[in-house]
Design a protein around this ligand. Structure first.
Ligand code: CP
Length: 308
């Protein structure tokens, strides 16, 4: 693995190795505090972010490395018309590894064609978000103790939700997972996922509009935000934005060991009253993101804790 652009760049063995390393980092952080000394991570964020950018930066700092970068297209020379290729080539002169978020699908892939340092896709439009997928897989493994044999409901914006698309692709390699897609008709998962993932692999899935009717059977519910920035018109966003609000009342019929995941940010699709329910995993999930990004940076840079 040289770059991480798509979750399918990761084999099941890669995932196992990264999640095992993330667990070790979390248990023995002192072992890792100098492994990236003198290495630099550039975070090139052409789209807003809190968790992904800051967890990448915290990850590199906790590995003993340094960080540089920008947090909006406006503060980079993209605002003057510079291409992705030229930006990537330039930053590769200053850094050892790049994490890039971009509103255009495929932008991190384009960057990876022009540089000989690792590029990590930190989210490209409505397409993929492979490091969120690693975060989600680590969370599921930590909460459930396994990555197979469960029923997962994906709820909200399944059409534009890159975290949903990436996680479905990654989970399709694991056994005996039941998929329930909970969304309004306009926000159902894209046809390419139905054909290329579910149909091709012979995986069945259900599509429903009401969360209440499936809640009792779910082991995991993966909530998502309806994303204003992906809609072409405001009226459609306003009509759909409050389609699902998970509150304590809806959880009355849920399993006692349900795991509630959300990649965050949340707007109002999970009531804040749910936050103190032990089944709410989303802030633990945000912490997991730092551990697994530390493991990924080490892997892509080819550094090991054994040398220190
Ligand atoms: N989950 C996630 O990608 O969050 P940010 O947009 O805050 O990075």
């Amino acid at each position: 693995m040289r770059h991480l652009i798509d979750p399918m760049d990761l084999s099941v063995e890669d995932i196992d190795r990264l999640l095992d390393r993330a667990d070790d980092i979390s248990n023995y952080p002192q072992k890792y505090q100098e492994v990236c000394k003198y290495k630099k991570l550039a975070t090139l964020f052409f789209e807003p972010s809190t968790r992904t950018r800051l967890s990448f930066e915290a990850a590199m700092l906790e590995l003993g490395g340094s960080v540089l970068g920008f947090s909006s297209a406006d503060s980079s020379s993209a605002a003057k018309g510079e291409s992705i290729a030229d930006t990537a080539r330039t930053v590769a002169c200053y850094a050892d590894i790049i994490a890039m978020r971009h509103p255009k699908e495929g932008a991190p892939y384009v960057a990876s064609q022009f540089v000989d340092i690792p590029i990590i896709n930190a989210g490209d439009g409505g397409h993929n978000h492979p490091t969120q997928t690693l975060t989600d897989l680590l969370t599921i493994r930590r909460e459930k103790g396994r990555l197979d044999n469960f029923t997962i409901g994906f709820c909200g914006d399944l059409k534009f939700g890159r975290t949903v698309h990436s996680l479905i692709k990654a989970l399709s390699r694991y056994e005996n997972i039941n998929y329930v897609m909970i969304s309004p008709e306009e926000l159902q998962i894209p046809e390419y996922l139905k054909k290329d993932v579910f149909e091709r692999k012979g995986i069945s899935f259900r599509e429903v509009e009401r969360m209440e009717e499936v809640m009792p059977e779910l082991d995991i519910i993966y909530m998502t935000r309806v994303q204003r920035e992906r809609f072409f018109n405001e009226a459609d966003y306003v009509r759909l934005k409050d389609s699902y609000i998970l509150d304590l009342d809806k959880l009355k019929n849920a399993k006692e060991d349900l795991s509630i995941l959300h990649p965050l940010p949340r707007v109002n699709e999970i009531s804040v009253k749910v936050d103190s329910d032990p089944r709410a995993c989303y802030f633990r999930q945000a912490l997991n993101g730092k551990h697994v990004r530390m493991a990924l940076i080490m892997d892509l840079l080819g550094v090991s804790a054994d040398e220190y």
